[in-house]
Ligand binder design. Structure first.
Ligand code: ATP
Ligand code: MG
Length: 250
């Protein structure tokens, strides 16, 4: 892929080289990641799999700039993350990355609409623009008729769709999802996967953690992690497609 200016190939969205992450627990050091190399290009949809404790969430936290590696270099959209200060890092995170978590992480006292608007407030978007983008994102995930509901008034699948709307309202380059279907029944899980596939088809790069092979097979590539190392990294021959009604975002 070439940039419009013809300035050479676009850098990978994610590039990890020799990434290590050690946690210190008193006298004990837990080596959660060891020499991880990973590149993810624009438009990919990658599943990260591995047993409990293998380092998946640690990896996602680093990718999401929620934590810093102890070793190695992380470039996000071509920029070396390790050289950014805390404010620059937060800004990069807000502008580049959308997050979806297993337990939705919606604020219980805010409506669906207010939850989706929140990251746009942090970005300093004007109120009218914020509202417009949030309504559009909620419409895209099929929640146009639920915008004033509180999270507790939504089903689990609807809450996760709201969380996806919150992630996509800011038009991130990269969607990071840690077990996005982990709390959902299989029908709601497929629905959420259909929405994520729809976003990916429109150009969003996706990296998601899942324990579920059936969910992973909706992705285009599966990276398997064991004991903090990448065990295998292979394309999915024929990803399962879910027909979805994700509306086109303007
Ligand atoms: N904040 C922390 N402090 C100390 N050790 C940690 C911390 N977070 C994770 N670890 C350790 O790092 C290793 C990897 O943990 P991680 O949460 O990345 O696993 P995971 O693959 O996401 O597991 P699961 O599938 O259970 O979510 C584990 O041994 C864990 O105990
Ligand atoms: Mg985890």
């Amino acid at each position: 892929m070439r940039t419009a200016a013809g300035a050479g190939p676009e850098p990978p969205v994610v590039s990890l080289e020799g990434i290590g992450k050690a946690y210190r627990m008193g006298q004990v050091i837990v080596q959660a990641l060891v020499s991880v190399d990973l590149r993810v290009r624009a438009g990919e949809m990658v599943a990260i799999m591995g047993p409990s404790g293998s380092g998946k969430s640690t990896l996602m936290n680093l990718l999401g700039c929620l934590d810093r590696p102890s070793a190695g270099e992380y470039r996000l959209a071509g920029r070396p993350v390790s050289r950014l200060g805390d404010d620059q890092l937060a800004d990069m995170r807000n502008r580049t990355i959308g997050f979806v978590f297993q337990n939705y992480n919606l604020l219980p006292r805010l409506s669906a609409l207010q939850n989706v608007e929140l990251p746009l407030i942090y970005r300093g978007e004007r109120a009218s623009r914020r509202r417009e983008a949030a309504l559009e994102a909620l419409g895209a995930v099929g929640l146009a008729d639920r915008v004033h509901h509180l999270p507790a008034q939504l089903s689990g699948g609807q809450q996760q769709r709201c969380a996806v709307a919150r992630a996509l309202a800011g038009r991130p380059k990269l969607l990071l999802a840690d077990e996005p279907t982990g709390n959902l029944d299989s029908v709601s899980g497929r629905e959420v996967m259909g929405i994520i596939q729809g976003l990916n088809a429109r150009g969003m790069t996706v990296i998601m953690v899942t324990h579920d092979e059936a969910i992973a097979n909706h992705c285009k590539r599966i990276v398997r992690v064991l004991d903090g190392r990448i065990l295998s990294d292979e394309p999915v021959a024929d990803p399962v497609q879910v027909a979805s009604q994700v509306a086109e975002l303007a």
